[in-house]
Design a protein around this ligand. Structure first.
Ligand SMILES: [Ca+2]
Ligand SMILES: [Ca+2]
Ligand SMILES: [Ca+2]
Length: 553
């Protein structure tokens, strides 16, 4: 009898000491992503440049189409030669910064000429496409075929993913489901624009240079792929209600997954209904269980983007635009305080299925690059790689390339091998490397619960805690974005033990009810790590609460 009553007690105490504490168990949350517009990163093979394409007519030639700006500056809306080889050649450069994955722009075949419709592109303009080419990859015409600017002999997409995997880098493939290429307003229809071809190269849809309202999907089978309303600029909008559209797209993306893509980034996800993406996600995961996907819904309000993350809508993560908006204010020239950030983390509430699985970033190709000093970039990266979420850094940000610049004002300018080589040793890159490598080695920074201790003005202090299946780590992160060294005194939830300073080196022994004091250098970070099970009572209580937060699924 006695033994029988004791047994549940023993089990109960074993359960308590092995409590699970984590923000997420999603494996992809351990990654850190470097994002390249492939055409604009490095031209590793000039033999695939297709420099004659679209020529000789200056209105349609596709290579190197500069858009002049003030003071000799220039944007460019033509192809500039970047390719798979350019990325592979620099895999070591990317991995050496602490990244584990590379997001590349879409790889599918694009029209072979510059677009002649729409409004002319001028320096600093928005929503203008005349004279622009498909260098960015978002104007698909054959979603089963690789665009000819990307591969090299012996290096198709499967070869590319294989080479990247050989360099310990995952490949995040950018995909589009909402639209094809620009499809109307051309003075005269050009080949491929507004057309869609299947895996055998057969024409399956053709906008025929007609405005959406002029299409007749009920009677003309070539129009059945398209919607009859204008959506984005002059793009051919796919009709999500036509089952052939889902078949076509999911067939194409399963093909690329079978060639080694590790995760998908979904462009313009908000322009197709949730029901479409739910079916799409189900088809992808039927082939690739657990596939991680994240969408781009360019909205700063979390209620607008969070529904994508819910199970019923496909459980697709999203780029964290609401946090990005605040990061630009805190680390950019406005210099606002850290107190701006917690309201956008949604650690204890909010509409996301799981905020720890969001893709965090401070700029990209669709918005002005962050306008910050070198120190601002350093501070931003120190935050990005220690706070919750999965960090994404846009190519060139490791040197503050084209900072503050929007599309058509240099945002997507060619980076090139010379800049890559010169970037080694740059202070932004050196600091990025340090914090990214620390995150890459820390389960707590990757997937641990976040508990904020202090977020005020130039100082932030917070814990990240991960305890699961025998791995236990508590990280205490101290950030100083000020230009003077900053003192910290942390006693809240502080567990006694021998903490090691992961950046500065050395150890700090913390006793019962004592305080950890530290001075963090200007624009600096320190991360104290304690590799021990969580025992401190108040910390356990707080973590237990965090684990019980109810979230929409
Ligand atoms: Ca090339
Ligand atoms: Ca092409
Ligand atoms: Ca749409």
């Amino acid at each position: 009898m006695r033994g029988l009553t004791l047994l549940p007690l023993l089990l109960a105490s074993a359960t308590v000491s092995a409590a699970d504490y984590y923000g997420t168990l999603e494996p992809f949350a351990s990654e850190a992503v470097y994002f390249v517009v492939t055409d604009r990163f490095v031209n590793g093979d000039t033999s695939n440049d297709q420099r004659e394409q679209g020529g000789p007519d200056p209105a349609t030639r596709s290579f190197d189409r500069p858009v002049p700006g003030p003071d000799g500056e220039s944007d460019n809306i033509g192809y500039l030669g970047g390719d798979f080889k350019g990325v592979i050649d620099n895999a070591g450069y990317i991995r050496d910064m602490g990244f584990s994955a590379v997001w590349i722009t879409p790889i599918v075949d694009q029209p072979d000429a510059a677009f002649t419709g729409g409004k002319p592109v001028s320096w600093g303009s928005f929503w203008t496409d005349q004279g622009k080419t498909g260098y960015h990859g978002y104007w698909g015409v054959n979603f089963y075929q690789l665009d000819e600017h990307l591969p090299s002999p012996g290096l198709d997409f499967a070869g590319f993913t294989q080479a990247m995997h050989g360099q310990q880098l995952k490949v995040v493939l950018d995909i589009v489901g909402n639209h094809g290429s620009p499809a109307f307003t051309m003075p005269k229809q050009l080949p491929k624009f507004g057309q869609v071809f299947d895996r055998d190269g057969q024409l399956v849809a053709d906008h025929q240079n007609l405005s959406p309202a002029q299409l007749d999907p009920g009677h003309n089978p070539l129009h059945a792929f398209f919607r009859t309303q204008v959506e984005i600029a002059e793009l051919a909008s796919f009709d999500d209600r036509n089952p052939a559209v889902l078949d076509y797209l999911s067939g194409a993306y399963l093909q690329w997954l079978s060639q080694g893509a590790d995760a998908l980034r979904i462009d313009t996800i908000g322009w197709m209904p949730h029901a479409f993406w739910k079916q799409f996600a189900d088809r992808m995961r039927a082939q690739r269980p657990g596939l991680f996907m994240f969408g781009e819904n360019f909205e700063y309000h979390p209620d607008k983007i969070a529904p994508h993350t819910w199970q019923q809508n496909g459980a697709i993560s999203v780029l964290d635009f609401p946090l990005k908006e605040r990061m630009a204010q805190v680390f950019g020239r406005e210099g606002k305080g850290f107190e701006q950030l917690p309201p956008r983390l949604y650690l204890d509430d909010g509409p996301y299925a799981n905020p720890y699985e969001l893709m965090t970033f401070y700029d990209n190709h669709d918005m002005p690059r962050m306008d910050a000093s070198d120190d601002g970039f350093i501070d931003a990266n120190n935050w990005l790689f220690t706070a919750r979420g999965i960090p994404v850094v846009y190519y060139g940000s490791e040197v503050g390339f084209m900072r503050g610049r929007a599309e058509h004002a240099g945002n997507r300018n060619y980076f090139g091998q010379d800049r890559v080589d010169a970037a080694v040793g740059h202070p932004i890159r050196e600091n990025l490397k340090r914090i990214a490598k620390l995150r890459a080695a820390s389960p707590a920074l990757q997937r641990g619960l976040q508990l904020n201790v202090l977020m005020k003005s130039d100082r932030a202090a917070f814990y990240r805690v991960y305890q699961h299946e025998g791995v236990s780590q508590i990280a205490l992160v101290l950030l100083n974005k000020g230009s003077q060294p900053a003192p910290f005194e942390v006693k809240h939830w502080l567990q006694p033990g021998q903490w090691r300073a992961a950046i500065g080196g050395g150890e700090v022994v913390v006793g019962e009810r004592s305080t950890l004091t530290a001075t963090v250098p200007a624009h600096g970070v320190e991360v104290y790590l304690l590799d021990a099970p969580v025992t401190q009572a108040a910390l356990r209580r707080e973590l237990g609460k965090a684990m019980r937060v109810k979230r929409p699924r």
